[in-house]
Design a binder for this molecule. Structure first.
Ligand SMILES: [Zn+2]
Length: 150
């Protein structure tokens, strides 16, 4: 129980779903939205910058920027088992942004990955039971996936 806040960032990122029955097996990209949802008590410590907040939005944004945006923006996310795409990407120059992951980069799997990455960066400085509640990934305006913590 407590209050929940959300903050998102966006990236332009390529991927493909190798064994998809239709169009998604083609290399393509999305304007992804990466949204963290945090839960905690409202900080009551008087006089601190975060008083009245669950967590400062700008601090959430910094984590999302460093650990999500700077990793996958204008990058191509590829499954390590996708030999065909790995082979194709190996022909790109060394400065091509290829981001290899151990899972098929669907919105569902990306939401779980982002949850784990961001959760590691969340710490409750004020003892307000702060935690990452969920991570939501928007692949298209009509398509979202969410991962919820334990
Ligand atoms: Zn796609």
């Amino acid at each position: 129980m407590g209050s929940r806040i959300k903050r998102w960032i966006e990236t332009d990122t390529g991927h493909r779903v190798p064994n998809h029955k239709s169009m998604c097996s083609n290399m393509h990209g999305h304007r992804y939205r990466w949204e963290a949802e945090l839960e905690g008590d409202i900080i009551t410590e008087t006089g601190v910058s975060d008083e009245g907040m669950v967590m400062d939005f700008s601090d959430v944004s910094k984590i999302l920027t460093t650990y999500i945006h700077d990793m996958v923006d204008h990058a191509f996310i590829v499954y390590e088992g996708d030999e065909e795409a790995i082979r194709a990407l190996s022909h790109m120059s060394d400065n091509h942004r290829t981001f290899v992951v151990p899972f098929i980069p669907t919105a569902e799997n990306l939401a779980k990955w982002a949850f784990d990455v961001v959760e590691e960066q969340i710490s409750s400085v004020y003892g307000n039971d702060l935690k990452l509640y969920a991570f939501h990934v928007r692949e298209t305006p009509k398509s979202w996936a969410s991962w919820y913590g334990e």
